[in-house]
Design a protein around this ligand. Sequence first.
Ligand SMILES: [Zn+2]
Length: 446
Amino acid sequence: MPIIFGKKHKCPDCGAVSFGCLHIGKAWGEQDYLELACEKCCTTYRCDLPKLTKKILYLDQLAISHMMRSRQAGKDRKWSDFFDRLKSMVQWQRIICPTSWEHRAESEFSKDRYAALMDTCRKLAMGNRLRASWDIQARQIYQALQAFMVGTMPDWSFDSKEAFEDNPNTWHDHFAIDVDFALDFKQVADRRESKMAVHKAMESLYSDPTYLQGTFEEHVQRETEGFARGLLGTYDKERRELLEMMCGVRAPDPIALLSSPGAQVVQMVLMTIQQESQSQDRNSKVREFFFSPQFRSVPAVRINAVMRAAMALKSRDSGRKPKPSDQYDVEVICSYMPYCDAMLIDGEMRSLATDGKAQLDGAYDTMLFSARTLPKLHEWLDQVETSFPPQQREAVADVYEERFERLKLHRGRNLLEARRAMMTLSPTSRTRRGNKHGTSGEPSHD
Ligand SMILES: [Zn+2]
C-alpha cells in the first residue's frame, strides 16, 4: 500500500479521503515529476514539474556556528532570524545552501557541538552536497591538461552542476536524507595535528621578511609555482615510499599504498600524457604542463595564489598574523567560489579576496559577504526573491501547498494492478521463455 506524505485529499477515482503526495522524483532526461497516489484504491497520478533555477549561497563554518549558537541560546537574534529566512527560501526552492567536506571536517574539531553544527548545516542543505574540494580541483586541472595537449587555452565557464554530485536545480522531496557517518576520533586527531603543523609552517614563513618581499604579481607567481611543486613533491614522496616498501627498507603500511588526492592528480596527468603524447620525454612534458599558462589559469590554482599573495602583503604592510582557520577558508574559497552565486565568509577573508589587486568577486562573478555586511546579504536575498520567475513560483506553491487541482495531472499506473501483473508472471513461465530464446534454463531470482 502506498504511504502518503502530507495532507490527505479526496481521491479522484474512488472518492476516499486518502489521496496525496507519494514522492517527488527524477526521470530519465532530468525531468522532475510529482507522483500522487491513493492509499485505498492504489491509483497513481503524475505531474511533470518545470525546471528550476536556484541561486547557490555558500555559508562558511563561522556563519554556521553563529546560527547554531543563536538558535540554541536564543541570543543575537539576527543570526537565528537569518537562519529562518534561509530555511524558508531553501524550502521554497529559491536558493540552496550546500554542505561541503570542510563543514564536516571543521565541525568534527568541536566534538561537543558536532551534532548541533551538522544539524544546522543539514537543515539548510536538504541533501545538496558539494563535491570534495580536491575532486573539483582535479577536474579543473584535467580540463587545463586537455587544452595543453592541443595547444589552446581552456575555456573557463562555470556550470554549478559540475561542482555537485547531483543536479542542485532538481526539486527536493518533502524530506531530504543526508547520511551521517560515525566520528573517527583517530582521524579527527590526525587532521587537527596536520592543521596545526601547517599553521606553524605558515607562521614561520610569514615572519620571514625575505619571504614577504616582492610585488603582488610576484607573490601570485610564486604561489602558483608553489602549488605545482606541492603536487609534484607529494607524488615523488609517495612513489619513493612505495618503492622503499617494495624493496623492504620501509615497514609495509597499507594506508601509505593509497595515493593522496595530490598524488592522484599527478598520476592522472602522467597517464594522460603517456597515452596521448608523442613526446619521448614524458616526464619533461609533465613538468612542462605544471608550469604552463594552462595550469596557471586553473581557477582553484589562481584563486589560491591570489588569496595567499594578498595574505603575504597584509602581513608585511599591516602585521596580520596567520590563523589556524586560514587553510580551510582559502581551500573553500578557491574550490567553490566560481560555482556559487554568493558566499558568506569570514570578514578578513572577504577583504583579502575583494580589496586591492585581488578583486576575485568581480573575476568570478560571485557576491562575497561577511557578518559585517549581513544587511547587504539580506538585500541580495530580496533580489533573489523578486527575480524568481513567476511560473516557477506558482508551480512551487501549487506543489508544496498541495493545490493539486491546479496541476496538470496524468493518470499513471495503478500500483495494485501493477503488482498483480507482476505476480502472474510465474517463475516457470519465465524459465520457459528463457529456454525458448536459448538464454537460460536457470529459474529466475527476480
Ligand atoms: Zn482512490
